[in-house]
Ligand binder design. Structure first.
Ligand code: SF4
Ligand code: SF4
Ligand code: SF4
Length: 240
């Protein structure tokens, strides 16, 4: 039931992605920074950072439109992905993009204004034929790595948004906030490996659960491992 609700939510987010595209756009955030403006997408990324402090990367499993896309591509290529090397690409993209924004804001003498509807006067993001090209390009950028490499490869390799969630999760942890986690009772595990097979983030859940909690920053709190476990080893909990 939980998985159905989660999938329903991300498919809905994917369906309305033509309306919301601009609010995730790295391009618009840079264009706005050139004028000293904070665009709507930066506000969304700040929200992601704040949600990460309590909910870790749950956004990636329950809200993100790209998660809906990944659910579809996972059924076409469900290969396990090694995330370590791919993450280097993601952090490099993030560093270049975010430093560019900071540099433009500094050159403009700081933040001159906040405009949630920057270059989105019609509120709807895809409001013309040219925007459709951008929209399909964005979809292609996220679909191709998944199809070529495997499960959620684009999340591991190119996503410029996930570092906000990870930073929020890290800082929330350092501030000793109570955070949503998947905890485990390792003594009940019969090593059937079902959790490893279903994990959309290619995490070695069996290895992680020996610590009593899935601690890797790659965990998106989708709950697939808990739902597939025949021995109730894994469950959600709120922990420091
Ligand atoms: S990693 Fe990025 S693209 Fe993938 S689900 Fe999370 S926020 Fe969305
Ligand atoms: S470890 Fe479990 S909750 Fe975390 S991403 Fe994998 S399946 Fe989802
Ligand atoms: S699905 Fe449950 S019992 Fe099977 S390996 Fe994973 S935690 Fe252990």
């Amino acid at each position: 039931m939980r998985t159905k609700i989660r999938k329903g939510l991300v498919y809905m987010a994917l369906l309305i992605f033509p309306l919301t595209l601009n609010y995730f756009s790295p391009y618009l955030s840079v264009m706005a920074a050139m004028e000293g403006i904070i665009a709507g997408s930066i506000l969304v990324f700040c929200l992601m950072f704040l949600s990460g402090m309590i909910f870790g990367r749950a956004w990636c499993a329950w809200i993100c439109p790209i998660a809906g896309l990944s659910e579809l591509t996972n059924s076409l290529n469900g290969k396990t992905v090694r995330s370590n090397r791919l993450s280097i690409i993601r952090y490099t993209i993030f560093l270049i993009w975010f430093s560019t924004i900071i540099i433009f804001l500094v050159l403009r003498g700081g933040i001159l204004g906040i405009d949630p509807l920057f270059m989105s006067d019609n509120i709807i993001s895809v409001d013309g034929p040219f925007k459709y090209i951008t929209y399909y390009l964005v979809l292609a950028i996220f679909i191709i790595p998944n199809l070529i490499i495997g499960k959620r490869a684009s999340c591991h390799s190119i996503c410029w948004m996930s570092p906000f969630l990870e930073a929020g999760y890290l800082i929330g942890g350092l501030l000793r906030f109570r955070q949503l986690r998947i905890i485990s009772d390792k003594d009940k595990c019969v090593k059937c490996q079902k959790c490893n097979v279903v994990c959309p983030m290619s995490i070695n859940v069996m290895e992680e659960l020996s610590d009593g909690v899935i601690g890797t920053k790659d965990c998106i709190l989708c709950g697939e491992c808990a739902d597939s476990c025949p021995k109730d080893v894994l469950k959600y909990a709120i922990r420091k």
